[in-house]
Design a protein around this ligand. Structure first.
Ligand SMILES: [Zn+2]
Ligand SMILES: [Zn+2]
Length: 721
């Protein structure tokens, strides 16, 4: 293979349409080599109406190819329906599965809250409606962590970012340039999430959050005990404690902390704790579904106790204050977190005049919100209904941050680990961001003028930052030109064909053949661990698809073997000690996507072969084991019910539903789930899913895979029986 290098350099352009020297309305544009990527589409929590949007008018939105959403927080995701329905944007949108699940509830709540805000005649217009939200929702493509997506030559991979459930860092490769966008991230493991990962490769450019600048946090355990000692002393003196929090994300972490304390302190157990949010019930379901994406401690609780770690024994959910009987000391965890309106604001106004009470700010408070202002302990606070009415503030105000953002120590350690050449700071108010920049500059001062020099930028909103790169563009010589290698000093006439970032140099006579072939625009890849050898994988694929072809690929000096099914879906197999890392690769189109879905389903079932499941099921019935088939089907049904409107058993066709419970399980051959009157059937014989809707089918497959992963008795062969 001959590779020649073309030498023209390229310039990376970075523009913050929001989140430049501010926290709120995150939205960043990357332009490089003819491709445009947008990162996040948030709103500013301190503003309403159009004023809360990033500066979308300053950019030609129709040029954006891809939009990646880092996590569900409103300052990162809440203007997405506006972008998709009310601007010229026509690109593809990606976010992780849990982000998409939570985003839906949060944004419908956001629409509800913004449409009931009291409006005067000159009030800001509503940004988008419920139907905008619904219409755009189905177009969002959910992705898995660690799965590399290739869209017309732009490749990106999501890594765990800590922070909140579903939060992702994106490692992006375009035309030889590598970027890492941290989003909001945390490097400290907490009660339910693992710390952010360090991606395996170093990026050229790191786009990094700088919320806390050079501040250093206390360790988590110390913060927890501080919080609990304040809460206990307020209760002892007969006061009420208000913990304003965003409904989803950090709230669940606080609930875990408080519930645990109540569990281990009998004396406090008769003091009620409330979680006031109309999303509380939804949160429970979503958080249960995705326990497999949380840290080991949560997964263990879930596995061992077979119970939902997010079902809190000592905490009562309140949908609204109508059902709240305010009769003495209590702890109230209430949304919203910034105290701008809603339940938390109403309780603050009610409780602020009494000096026995306390409000504890546990999240990051955005500039311009009451949560930020109250920390300076003003003597009065404005009433939400009429800001000219002032309410005396005598309650205690404390701030203990459980906001899962890196502090200086963790941020600079992370930067050392990823070793970028350029750092673009975003998501920070001017002064902490400026302090972070100076601290990093002085830290790396000795590298100045050397090859390892690290450049640091803190652009303002709408400022165009240009970073030139010497981009060596390798071009591959192909066709007859490659067969008859020209000798030194020969003059050859050839043409260079560039598609996306790939350049091929060929003889003009090869042009037709080379460009006439169907060329795939989207290469999708999906990685999965399979607990079996490549030959076992081949056996299962053969059973499903008939013939399987062997293919090979050279990568550096190793040869990777693969199995190809249905002319185009390749499973590359990388055998490891106890499993095989399988990478499914296919050119994205409707047919291939469907086949790839079933290949994925086959691979997921390799370690959980239906034959062995049936054997286990029978033995359990005979032994009257505690974990009977009935119970397992019940559990599966229960978990599916939390995700889908209707879930019911499917019996062998033509046979009526039996009367006895045990017989029901025996006769059950599958489960039917329905959403909006569309059905999907899960077959127990091979865990395949049938549906007329591709979207529903793949959602059911995904949920099923998660459930099979978490309910071990359903998915593993029990050798002891
Ligand atoms: Zn966030
Ligand atoms: Zn944020």
């Amino acid at each position: 293979m001959t590779v020649v290098e073309t030498s023209d350099g390229e310039v990376l352009e970075f523009i913050a349409l929001g989140g430049g020297n501010e926290v709120g309305r995150s939205c960043h544009i990357i332009k490089y080599n003819g491709k445009t990527i947008m990162l996040d589409a948030g709103v500013h929590p301190a503003h309403t109406g159009l004023a809360c949007l990033p500066f979308y008018d300053e950019f030609d939105m129709s040029t954006i190819d891809i939009l990646l959403i880092s996590h569900f927080h409103l300052d990162h995701a809440a203007s997405l329906p506006y972008v998709m329905q009310h601007t010229a944007f026509k690109g593809r949108v990606f976010m992780t599965h849990p982000t998409k699940a939570i985003y839906r509830w949060l944004l419908s709540d956001f629409v509800r809250v913004s449409s009931i805000t009291p409006r005067s005649s000159n009030a800001a217009p509503v940004l988008f409606t419920d139907s905008d939200l619904q219409q755009s929702f189905d177009k969002i493509e959910p992705i898995d962590y660690h799965s590399t997506i290739d869209v017309d030559g732009v490749r990106f991979t999501a890594y765990h970012a800590g922070h909140v459930l579903g939060a992702a860092m994106y490692f992006i490769e375009l035309g030889g340039l590598k970027l890492l966008f941290t989003g909001d991230y945390s490097r400290e493991e907490d009660r339910h999430l693992s710390a952010a990962e360090v991606p395996p490769e170093s990026p050229d450019v790191l786009i990094c959050e700088s919320t806390f600048g050079t501040a250093v946090h206390l360790p988590r355990r110390e913060k927890e005990s501080q919080l609990m000692s304040i809460i206990s002393s307020v209760i002892d003196r007969g006061g009420r404690v208000l913990l304003p929090t965003f409904a989803l994300g950090r709230a669940q972490e606080l609930l875990l902390v408080v519930n645990d304390y109540w569990k281990s302190h009998k004396s406090i157990q008769n003091t009620p704790v409330y979680f006031a949010s109309n999303l509380a019930k939804k949160a429970l379901t979503v958080y249960q579904t995705y326990t497999s994406m949380m840290n080991e401690s949560i997964r263990k609780q879930f596995r061992d106790a077979q119970s939902n770690p997010f079902h809190f024994q000592y905490i009562k959910s309140l949908r609204s204050l109508d059902s709240f009987f305010d009769a003495g000391p209590c702890v109230m965890i209430a949304s919203p977190g910034m105290l701008q309106s809603g339940t938390s604001r109403e309780l603050l106004e009610r409780w602020a005049p009494d000096n026995r009470n306390a409000v504890i700010i546990t999240g990051y408070s955005v500039e311009g919100t009451l949560a930020k202002d109250i920390v300076s302990e003003p003597l009065q606070i404005p009433s939400m209904r009429d800001s000219s009415v002032l309410i005396p503030r005598r309650c205690m105000v404390e701030e203990i941050s459980f906001a899962a953002h890196v502090d200086y120590k963790h941020n600079s350690e992370f930067i050392d680990l990823v070793k970028p050449k350029h750092i673009i700071l975003v998501h920070g108010e001017s002064s902490p961001m400026g302090r972070l920049k100076s601290a990093l500059l002085s830290k790396y001062n000795s590298l100045k003028g050397t090859e390892q020099e690290i450049k640091i930028y803190n652009p303002r909103d709408c400022e165009i930052l240009q970073i030139p790169f010497k981009a060596p563009k390798p071009a591959k010589v192909v066709g007859i030109l490659a067969e008859n290698q020209p000798k030194k000093d020969d003059t050859v006439s050839a043409i260079a064909v560039q598609r996306d970032f790939r350049i091929q140099i060929m003889d003009p006579s090869d042009l037709r053949a080379a460009t006439g072939i169907t060329y795939s625009q989207v290469i999708e890849r999906q990685r999965i661990r399979v607990y079996g050898t490549p030959s076992l994988i081949e056996h299962h694929l053969q059973q499903m698809f008939g013939s399987v072809a062997h293919v090979k690929q050279e990568e550096y000096d190793t040869v990777i073997e693969g199995l190809e099914v249905m002319d185009g879906i390749i499973v590359w197999t990388h055998p490891q000690e106890s499993y095989t890392l399988a990478v499914i690769e296919w050119a994205g189109n409707v047919l291939n996507d469907t086949i790839a879905d079933s290949v994925l389903a086959v691979l997921m079932s390799v370690g959980t072969s239906p034959a062995s499941l049936k054997v286990t099921a029978k033995s359990h019935k005979q032994s009257h084991g505690s974990d009977s088939l009935v119970e397992r089907i019940d559990r599966l049904t229960a978990m599916l019910s939390q995700q889908f409107e209707n879930v019911e058993p499917v019996f062998e066709s033509g046979k009526p539903k039996p009367r006895a419970m045990a017989k029901i399980a025996e006769a059950t051959v599958g489960i039917k789930v329905s959403v909006d009157e569309i059905d999907a059937i899960i077959n127990f014989s091979d865990w395949s899913v049938e549906s007329t809707s591709k979207a529903l089918k793949s959602r059911v497959q995904h949920v099923l895979a998660q459930i099979l992963e978490t309910i071990s008795p359903l998915s593993q062969t029990d050798n002891k029986v």
